[in-house]
Structures are given as C-alpha cells and as structure tokens.
Design a protein around this ligand. Structure first.
Ligand code: PRX
Length: 640
C-alpha cells in the first residue's frame, strides 16, 4: 500500500543541517529561559542607540511592551549599519518590472536614496509621529519610502495597490494621514494601471491629506493638483543627502496595516519598532537560514504583511539581497517567474499556496525550461498548503531537494509563529510543524482545555505582536483576548498529529482567505447591501481549487425586483469597486430566505455545507428548517 502524501517524512538534507544557522539546541535554550532567549536575540540582531531596561513589561495585559525604553531606528538598522560596513557595495535590492526595467541598489546607494527621501518628507511637512499612506507598486521607491518614513519617525500605512479608491479613502481617513505617496501607474499585462487616477478619486474626501508625492513609473498621463501634488524626482533633486535618524522608542509605532476582521470596518493593526525588528530578523535568520551570498525572493506585495516583514524589513536588517518583481506572473509567458529565478540566481524562494497551485495547473514544463538548481530553500505562507501542491513545489521548484518552510503567521503576529527549522525539523507535506523557539502555542477547546483538535491560541506575548487596533483599544481587546482571557485567539482552527505537529486547518471566524488574501464576510456583505435592489446578503468562502476559497454570496432581493444577469453583474462590479477586484464574488445565488437562528443570526456554516456539496449539518437551531431544502435547490440551479 502506498503511503498517503501527508504521512511522508523528509529529513533535513545533511549538508544544510550541518551548516544551518539554527542548531537543535535552539529549542532547549528557548525553553529553558524564554525571555533570556529573546533578550539574546535583541542584543545580537539590533543596533540600539540606547539599551532597553526590561525585555517584557507584562504589567498591563493585553497591552504588552517589549524592550522598554530602548532607543533605535529601523532605517539605521536596515541601511546605515550595512552601508558603513564591508556590505557597502553588496546589492540590497534587486528589481525587475514587468516590461523589463531593471534596478540594482547596493547598500551604499540605498543609504543615499533613503536619506534624501527622508529629507524630502521633512521638507513637505512630515514629522515624527505622523502617519503617511503609501499606495504604490512593487518598485524600489516603495522600499525607499518605507525606510524614509521610519527614519523620520513617521508611521506608514500601506494600502495594497489593488484596492479600490474607496478602500484607500477609508484607510487614509482612519489613520488621519497627512501625506500620501503613490506612482503614476504600473504595468499589468503590458498595460499601465492608473494608480494616480484612483488616488485623485479617493482624495476628494480625505481632508487630512496635505501633500501627495508621485513617482514617475509607468509614464501614463496624470493630473496634478497645484500646491498638493509633487513629483518624487523633483523633491529628490532638491534634497540634502544626509538626514539624522530619529531616536525612536522601542514601543513607538512603526506602521499601521489594515486587515479584514469580522466586522465591516477594516482593522488598523499597529506594530511597534523594537520587538518587530527582533522577531522578523530572528525568524528570517533561522527559518530561511539566510547566508551572505543568498539571493532571496519573496513574491508578496508590500501591501501585505509578508511584503512588510519578509520583502523589506527582515532581509534588509540582516543585510541580505532581496529581489522585487512588479508585474503579473505569466507575462509575457507562463515561465516568467522561473526565467527570473534563473537569471538572478535565486537561492531562497517564498510564495503562497495559491500561486503554487496556479503554476501546477499550467504544468511542470515551464519551470523545466530553466535551471533552478540554485534554489536551496523554499517557503510557503498565507493558507494551509495541500500536500499535492507541497510535493509539486518540492519536486519542480526545489529540484527535489529544497526543504519547504510552511510558515504560519498573521498580519497581527508580525513574524513567523509556527514553522519548521530547515536543518532540524523532519517535514511532512501540509503541516507548519512546530512553534518557533520562544513562541508558546496551544490548541484548546471552548473551555480552554488543551485538546488535539480545536482553536489555535498563543499562550504568551511575543516580541512582534500587534499592540492594538489603531484608535480602538477596545476592539483590540474584544477581538483577540476576550474569548480565552489570557490567551491570544488567532481565529484559526488546528489539530495536532501523533508527532506533535500542528496542522492549521483554516479560519473559524467570518474571515475568508481568497488567494492568500484576507477578506471579511461582513465587508463584502455591506458592499452588496449598498446595491439598491438588494435586501440582504450572506457571504461565505467555498473551497476553490486554485484560490483556496472563492467568494460565494447568497442574496435576497427587495420585493418586486426580478433577478437578471445584468443585476448579478452589477452586484459583482459594485463589490470590486467598493473593495477591490480580489473581493469580487464568484457566485451570487438569489434566494428568498437565509438560514437563521431564532435570534436572527445567519448560520453561514450551513451555507458552506450547501456550497461545498456536503450533507447539511445540524439545523435544529434554525428558525425555519425548510429554508435549507429551498436553498439547496437554488444553489444547484445557479451557474458556478
Ligand atoms: O488562516 C491563517 C492563514 O492566513 C491567516 C492570516 O492572514 P493574513 O493576516 O492576511 O496574513 C497572511 C500572511 C502571514 C491566518 O490566520 N495562514 C497564513 N499562513 C498559513 C495560514 N494557514 C495555514 N498555514 C499557513 N502557513
């Protein structure tokens, strides 16, 4: 009998194990003295202007503080200390655009750019403590802008370039940003995508914005508002080339990143300076085993946490070479990614299961055209990776030898939490395996008892944890700490296998994961309800072969409104305009009723059963049990 894929075990390659940054003692060390472990890493990995006096202040939970009173600057750690060392001429950022524009910036060059842009920001009025919104493509100027914000002590809030102008407007207003940095546009499948036009629309209703800096990137025409808009190249031409880095407190805000939650309003996840810089670097060093000559490529966009932590901050703080690509993965051909991986000699490659499944669908002939033998380590993030995709990734991208680091973490955790270590952990396809050293995780039931299958929780504070929801401490407490008291509730379900490995099974709250991107059911529902013909909507994620989950909406129309293909199209378009293309529903099922409890709560679990063709679960709490049979018929009749 053949072994099921998820039961296969892959031991660390001997050579990798003997040279790995992390040796087995790392777990013992962290277990013996958890805070001492983080203390050692903070001293080793961060250059502090002034030392901290306490590793962890847990006197006011869940408002934890790390490395209290320590002073540092993130841009200094990511740039200055390398530019002032033997790494001055080492490449920090490698970049290629979809149409083939190439940039390579050494640490010495990056230092000058960051200093100049920091001065430019000051010149247009950015001060320590301000919020600056970025709505940018994956271009080196985005990295420069992030670092320049940290240099002057302003917190950035990056809004993914694929989000709509309305989403951008709401995030600017929530953060009360005074400056916005954007670009004219960027290329998508060879055509310019008009970022600045979206910005202009958003800024019709954002009173806090005083200045807009625009990078000339795609060359598309843009309109300028006199006195508000300035070109990046103009402000850079006038900027002096040294800017003293602000001395930031370890607990000063580094950035806000909006993410979807269980209500319609996105949450501004707040990360601070010291702990974030410690844990992102520690995880990158030990999990991706970064070495002096690595060429590292994380495919995430800077608009997501993965782009923040593992395209920019961790690799640069460690003095590594990070590659950025701005474009679609199949332009001009389906081998684009592998062509670049070969040309740049990529050694460590990090992507998401949805991308792997897309590559898998296209076929192995595309990676086979290229020499990928330099890739020595692979990473996966964003959703559970199915064992088939895991095997395909290892065989076709990892030349059947590269270990896969399946890293579980979240916008809120800032850095990896559950992950193998490449020289130590025997791998099984589909599991993120063990907590990172110094991280305490458990699986518990409703009553807080440790169980084999249940809710994933984090039992003690960790350095790169979120500190609050911007402007809303109550929401922070309610969302993450109310349910289990002293444990952080991640919103995921998990199970433990006989080796003690943790298998994260997906969200257990009303959050969807579409192509590794987080969307709240409530956000999509409120967009649908804005369509004047709609009376009520319930959104769920149903399993999807490539995207992981597809958005599936059950909609009740107002009295007297007839269903039509045009109306369905209008609803889909409205969601895309309101939130962004990635939220566009795949299916809209028009129904007369929704399954509700007697107290009126929609039972989305039952809708998921229908959409995934399962026997419908327990319906005893339904106000009207007949609803389910009607819905099942409706779903079968709808094209999807
Ligand atoms: O459900 C988990 C899933 O992605 C969620 C976090 O989404 P976000 O904050 O957008 O961050 C994504 C990138 C860190 C988690 O609650 N998730 C992320 N990584 C994994 C995962 N699920 C299973 N395995 C993973 N490796």
């Amino acid at each position: 009998m053949s072994t099921a894929l998820e039961d296969l075990i892959f031991n660390p390659p001997a050579e990798l194990a003997s040279n790995a940054n992390a040796k087995p003692e790392i777990y013992e060390k962290a277990n013996a003295d958890r805070l001492g472990f983080w203390d050692g890493l903070a001293k080793e990995l961060v250059t502090w202007f002034e030392p901290y006096d306490n590793v962890l202040d847990d006197s006011n939970p869940p408002f934890f503080k790390w490395f209290t009173n320590g002073k540092l600057n993130v841009s200094y750690n990511c740039v200055d200390r390398h530019a002032n060392s033997h790494k001055k001429d080492k490449v920090a950022i490698l970049y290629e655009s979809e149409i083939g524009r190439k940039v390579s910036l050494t640490y010495g060059q990056l230092y000058i750019e960051v200093n100049k842009f920091a001065n430019a920001l000051k010149e247009i009025g950015v001060k320590k403590g301000d919020r600056v919104t970025l709505y940018m493509p994956m271009i080196p100027e985005a990295a420069i802008a992030m670092l320049a914000c940290t240099r002057v002590g302003a917190a950035h809030s990056i809004v993914f370039g694929g989000f709509s102008s309305e989403a951008l407007r709401d995030r600017i207003n929530d953060a009360q940003a005074n400056v916005l940095i954007t670009a004219d546009g960027n290329f998508r499948r060879g055509k310019p995508f008009p970022l600045k036009a979206n910005v202009d629309k958003a800024l019709e209703d954002t009173p806090s914005i005083e200045k807009v800096v625009v990078v000339k990137n795609a060359g598309n025409e843009v309109s300028f508002v006199e006195g508000r808009d300035v070109w990046y190249h103009d402000v850079m031409a006038k900027a002096a080339d040294y800017c003293e880095p602000e001395k930031m407190d370890a607990e000063d805000m580094l950035f806000i990143l909006y993410t979807s939650g269980t209500t319609g309003k996105p949450k501004g996840v707040v990360h601070t300076t010291g702990g974030y810089l410690v844990q992102t670097q520690a995880t990158m060093k030990y999990v991706f085993d970064i070495k002096e000559d690595d060429i590292y490529w994380c495919t995430a966009d800077i608009g997501w946490i993965t782009g923040h932590s593992y395209v920019i901050y961790a690799p640069l703080a460690l003095g590594a070479t990070t590659f950025m690509y701005d474009g679609t993965v199949d332009y001009p051909e389906k081998n684009r990614m592998w062509d670049m991986a070969e040309r740049y000699g990529v050694t460590v490659f990090y992507t998401a299961p949805t991308a792997i499944r897309t590559f898998m669908k296209w076929g192995a002939e595309y990676p086979k055209k290229h020499d990928l033998s330099k890739i020595r380590l692979l990473g996966s993030v964003g959703e559970p990776i199915n064992p088939e995709a895991w095997m395909w990734y290892r065989e076709n991208i990892g030349s059947n030898k590269a270990p896969i680091m399946d890293t579980w973490w979240q916008t809120e955790t800032g850095a990896f939490m559950i992950t193998p270590l490449p020289g130590i952990t025997p791998l099984k396809p589909g599991t993120a395996t063990n907590p990172f050293p110094g991280i305490e995780v458990d699986i518990i039931d409703e009553n807080g008892n440790s169980v084999e299958v249940g809710y994933l929780v984090i039992k003690s504070p960790w350095p790169s944890m979120l500190r609050t929801v911007y402007g809303d401490d109550d929401r922070y407490v309610d969302q993450y700490w109310k349910r289990f008291g002293k444990y952080y509730f991640a919103g995921d379900g998990a199970k433990r296998d006989e080796m003690g490995y943790i298998w994260v099974t997906g969200r257990v709250d009303d959050v969807l994961n579409v192509s590794g991107h987080r969307l709240g059911t409530a956000e999509i529902e409120s967009a649908l309800i804005e369509v004047k013909e709609v009376a009520e909507a319930a959104v769920i994620g149903r399993k999807h072969e490539v995207k992981g989950e597809a958005v599936c909406a059950f909609v009740i129309l107002k009295e007297g409104v007839n269903n039509s293909p045009e109306l369905i199209d209008k609803m889909k378009k409205h969601v895309a305009t309101k939130i962004g293309a990635l939220a566009r529903p795949d299916d809209i099922i028009i129904t007369a009723d929704l399954p509700k409890t007697r107290s009126g709560k929609i039972m989305r679990r039952l809708l998921r059963d229908i959409a995934e063709g399962r026997a419908v679960g327990d319906t005893t709490t339904l106000a009207d049990p007949n609803v389910m049979a009607n819905l099942k018929d409706k779903y079968a009749d709808t094209e999807h």
